[in-house]
Design a protein around this ligand. Structure first.
Ligand code: NAP
Length: 372
């Protein structure tokens, strides 16, 4: 009962402060710097202090940290959206804190992405020495996963290298990996009403829950971390689609090798003919780009097999039916040839600026380029 009450109180507290300015989801921030038309006018405040906090220690958190910390002279030759580059050029953020509720062995990072961040010019990595000490359960996790071990080694090495460097120069930036802390609530600034001024964090410890997994448990000890910007990067969850079976616990459409099944049992005899799924809706919000390629290949394999074996006796109308439905609903659509024109235009604009592409960032410009 007490645990339930605490959870309710916590959710209420977090929701109450959700509307403070300066708090963004990593998704909106990523869409902003990538030039998504719905977020190109986001205007994140990067000038109120030198500190940003990112909640979560996955690859999205790393991506966002990289954008905040990489020299803008380097970002200028990437395909980052122009509006984002100008805001970042004015940014006063010099310290970024990545907050993880578990330890360095459990950080949800992959080695390639971590190396890219560790390689940022003039960046000092900060990790508390005590956070790097290992328990027998951590040793066991690393024994069972080379990837976990690699991440731990990279973090330890980066922390040791930073400890040996001399006093920071004014241009130096800092990336703090903060482990064993979970967010409790956002703090409101006294001077700037309605703006975030920090995050209240609860210290955690790890508890083994069997099969080598350790979860974070709050200790009831709290501390504040001041900042002027918070980015939430704690993962994603798919939402159900009307009329499709959905496993609410896992947040996926139940399937066997991409064939949608009508029950969550995974029983192949229950598959819905002609209905397939791939990507995060199939396997949950995990995996790098290559994982999506294998995932799509598997689903396409299932479709091919079903066509060959005559199992795919669907009465569904396929792409022709989709086009007719879009026409009927008066949905504006851009076909592949239109996408190619957008691609060519962005690349052409990029050549003029020595970038791989200059993104078009409004629906009007995108539709005009597609129609040309
Ligand atoms: P993620 O990998 O699931 O990481 C989520 C992070 O948030 C974890 O550190 C997790 O901690 C923490 N978290 C979750 N719920 C929390 C809570 N209630 N309180 C505090 N912390 C919480 O999610 P993601 O970073 O959004 O990435 C999604 C997927 O996209 C991942 O598979 C990622 O590898 C992939 N991705 C790949 C690339 C790339 O290929 N370059 C780039 C970006 C993303 P726990 O571990 O304790 O749950």
């Amino acid at each position: 009962m007490w645990l339930y009450l605490r959870m309710v109180l916590k959710v209420t507290k977090i929701l109450a402060f959700q509307s403070l300015s300066g708090i963004y989801s990593a998704r909106e921030f990523v869409w902003w710097y990538n030039g998504h038309p719905d977020y190109s006018s986001l205007k994140p405040d990067l000038k109120s202090s030198d500190t940003a906090v990112i909640l979560g220690q996955g690859n999205v958190a790393l991506d966002v940290a990289r954008i905040l910390l990489r020299p803008t002279t380097e970002l200028a030759s990437t395909d980052i959206a122009r509006h984002a580059l100008s805001v970042l050029e004015e940014s006063s953020i010099r310290k970024v804190y990545l907050i993880g509720r578990r330890g360095p062995v459990q950080a949800a990072l992959t080695a390639k992405e971590l190396r890219e961040v560790l390689g940022i010019k003039n960046l000092r990595i900060r990790i508390k020495e005590t956070d790097l000490s290992l328990t027998p359960a951590d040793e066991e996790e690393m024994k069972n996963s080379r990837a976990r071990k690699r991440i731990y080694e990279l973090l330890s090495k980066a922390a040791a290298a930073a400890a040996g460097t001399s006093e920071a120069d004014p241009d130096q930036r800092e990336l703090h990996f903060v482990f064993f802390r979970q967010p409790d609530r956002f703090l409101e600034s006294d001077e700037r009403k309605g703006h975030v001024s920090g995050v209240n964090l609860e210290k955690t410890i790890l508890e083994s829950v069997g099969s080598g997994k350790q979860i974070a448990v709050g200790t009831g000890e709290f501390e504040d971390l001041n900042c002027s910007m918070v980015l939430k990067a704690i993962g994603y969850k798919s939402v159900p689609i009307n009329g499709l079976p959905f496993d609410h616990k896992k947040g996926v459409v139940p399937n066997v090798r991409g064939r949608v099944v009508s029950q969550t049992s995974g029983d192949i005899s229950q598959t819905e003919p002609g209905l397939y799924v791939c990507g995060w809706l199939k396997r949950g919000p995990v995996g790098i780009i290559a994982t999506n390629l294998y995932c799509a290949e598997e689903t396409v394999g299932s479709i091919s097999e079903d066509i060959e074996e005559g199992v795919c006796k669907s009465s569904k109308a396929g792409s022709k039916g989709l086009m007719e439905l879009l026409e009927k609903r008066k949905v504006k659509k851009v076909e592949f040839s239109g996408w190619e024109k957008i691609d060519a235009k962005e690349k052409q604009m990029g050549i003029e600026k020595n970038k791989p592409r200059e993104k078009l960032v409004t629906w009007e410009d995108l539709l005009a380029a597609a129609a040309n």
